[in-house]
Write a protein that binds this ligand. Structure first.
Ligand code: FE2
Length: 263
């Protein structure tokens, strides 16, 4: 059994809940639920974390606050959205219009269990911004710019109904990464960056995620999307010289943080 780490990491760490074990994790990061929240409910009951962060592709079959109702008084719930959270109107509404909608970390930094956590939800799409290109060359700088274009620009005429959804941008692009959100995050500071997309060390990752982590000063990046639980350092994908650790988390799996000290 690994040794039990009793020390508190930061002076700002919250006191343990009454009856909670002192070696319980502060945060559990969950891979893409894709509609199955049983692993989340079970892990929270067993691990008693201060907070959980879902890494996108929630695809809640009911409003998210109903899916997670059994644990809402046991832990703080946070998430970023994934590309599949805009697959259907139900997928969208059950996340973006649930009573937990304000727990979406996308474009924000929040203090969670004593850590400053930044979130970037969604995926890069070339029709918005291919991050291999400079930000200035993005097709659209913001969702507002895309909505204006879809509505026919300043004239407001020649509305292309195939380019709009509920009077705004297409549903799909509510899970696209827009440059203005990325740029705003780059001005902030955080200890941890949670994303749906992976950083460059992943075969399908993006250097833009690494650049964001560096701008934030983050020392840990945790992502979903690829359905793989990977400790990038142990897998040899990054070296000890990397300014930040990286973990991918699989569907149905979780990463407990901080990790327990080795035996
Ligand atoms: Fe995904």
């Amino acid at each position: 059994m690994p040794s039990i780490k009793k020390r508190r990491l930061l002076s700002s760490d919250p006191e343990p809940l009454p009856g909670a074990s002192e070696d319980r994790p502060k945060i559990l990061f969950f891979g893409d639920p894709h509609g199955d929240f049983e692993p989340v409910l079970e892990a929270v009951k067993c691990q008693q974390p201060d907070a959980i962060i879902l890494l996108g592709d929630l695809q809640a079959r009911r409003p998210l606050h109903l899916e997670l109702a059994p644990i809402l008084d046991k832990t703080a719930v946070w998430f970023v959205h994934g590309n599949h959270d805009t697959d259907s109107d139900e997928d969208f509404d059950n996340v973006f219009h649930s009573e937990l909608a304000d727990r979406n970390l996308d474009g924000e930094v929040q203090t969670i269990a004593g850590y400053r956590v930044a979130g970037l939800g969604g995926v890069f799409r070339d029709k918005v911004w291919n991050p291999a290109m400079p930000l200035e060359q993005a097709a659209f700088a913001s969702d507002r710019a895309m909505a204006s274009h879809a509505r026919g620009g300043r004239s407001g005429i020649e509305v292309d109904l195939k380019s709009t959804w509920r009077g705004g941008i297409l549903r799909k692009h509510h899970s696209s990464i827009f440059p203005d959100v990325y740029q705003r995050l780059c001005t902030l500071r955080a200890d941890i960056l949670v994303t749906h997309e992976a950083p460059a060390a992943h075969a399908h990752g993006f250097t833009a995620i690494d650049e964001l982590a560096n701008r934030l000063g983050a020392t840990l990046v945790v992502h979903g999307h690829h359905h793989e639980s990977i400790n990038y350092l142990e897998a040899g994908l990054i070296t000890v010289d990397s300014p930040f650790l990286v973990h991918g988390v699989d569907k149905g799996d979780f990463l407990a943080w901080p990790p327990k000290a080795p035996e």
